[in-house]
Design a protein around this ligand. Structure first.
Ligand code: NAP
Length: 283
């Protein structure tokens, strides 16, 4: 792999660039972004070796697309149009159905691998990039059979070097499950943050009283709306379904409170402690 082009060099693209460069020191990492200032920042942080433009991907051995999912849907067909016949294109988007659909009939569909590395933080942009972000994390690959076998092998070697576990899934199942374990958590955190801010306009008081429980539960509310709005838009039906179930649970909890049924509240929490066993080994 001589020339790797990153389209989007924020948290995910930048973190991938750092670790891929570490394992492939002779590779030239090229960065493509909307804003020149972002590329300058990526250069100064040594995430990329060179700035590039969209047309330059005609020289690419590998293109990694890490931009908001609406931009990925829009740009992916043109990216495939431009890359050489033996190039691999990987996307890292948090939704998979719309992205896979956007290129399902593309003549170079076999050059594309749909991936979702389940790793991240609430920070964004090149300064958020960290090395080791993907170590021990899961990478979901969708429709692997639609990618040329040689390119699958190339991608798997990259993910292995990053220390990732691989899971295969169809895009519909990915979007359904990820709505529960990722998208709902973000909405819940955003709305918890909103509830507290609406009530406690004086942010100093929030800060003084907030314990680590509040800070960890509301952490995801610092995430980028530019990245999350298109995710909710693309996964609207699944997200609404998770919200309905979540709102039912909140309403049920409120009803139990009104009824002074603290025995049932105890049981609800006790049963949910099972989450410790489920998450054992993840945290
Ligand atoms: P990020 O830190 O905000 O970086 C995204 C970068 O994309 C920005 O720096 C932006 O650069 C650039 N960009 C936006 N629109 C563009 C366009 N039309 N063309 C070229 N560049 C564009 O976001 P991220 O967290 O790395 O997320 C990137 C992708 O990874 C998303 O698809 C997301 O769903 C997925 N993902 C995120 C996480 C997570 O936890 N954050 C985890 C797994 C997967 P400019 O400043 O130049 O606009």
């Amino acid at each position: 792999m001589k020339n790797i082009y990153f389209i989007g060099i924020g948290l995910i693209g930048g973190s991938l660039a750092k670790d891929i460069k570490k394992h492939n020191p002779d590779t030239v990492i090229h960065g493509i972004s909307r804003k020149d200032a972002t590329l300058e920042q990526a250069l100064s942080l040594n995430l990329i070796d060179k700035k590039a433009t969209f047309d330059d991907i005609e020289q690419a051995d590998l293109v990694i697309v890490s931009i908001p999912v609406d931009a990925t849907v829009k740009l992916l067909p043109t990216i495939l149009d431009k890359v050489p016949d033996n190039a691999l294109v990987i996307d890292a988007g948090s939704t998979k159905e719309a992205i896979c659909k956007a290129v399902e009939n593309h003549p170079k569909r076999r050059n594309f691998l749909a991936a979702h590395p389940i790793a991240g933080t609430e920070h964004s942009g090149p300064s958020a990039a960290i090395s080791g972000l993907f170590e021990g994390k899961t990478n979901i690959i969708c429709e692997v059979e639609k990618t040329a076998f040689k390119l699958q092998e190339k991608a798997l070697e990259i993910f292995r070097n990053l220390g990732m576990r691989i899971r295969y899934m169809n895009p519909e199942a990915h979007d359904k499950h990820i709505a529960y374990v990722s998208h709902l958590s973000h909405i819940s955190s955003f709305m918890l943050g909103k509830t507290v801010i609406d009530k406690e306009r004086n942010e100093r008081d929030i800060f003084d009283m907030a314990g680590s429980g509040f800070a960890s539960t509301v952490r995801l509310a610092k995430s980028s709306p530019e990245m999350w709005t298109p995710i909710f838009k693309q996964n609207k039906d699944n997200v609404i379904e998770t919200l309905e179930e979540y709102i039912n649970n909140l309403s049920h909890f409120k009803d139990l409170m009104k009824q002074d049924n603290f025995e049932a509240i105890f049981d609800e929490m006790k049963n949910t402690n099972y989450i410790k066993e489920i998450l054992n080994g993840i945290n």
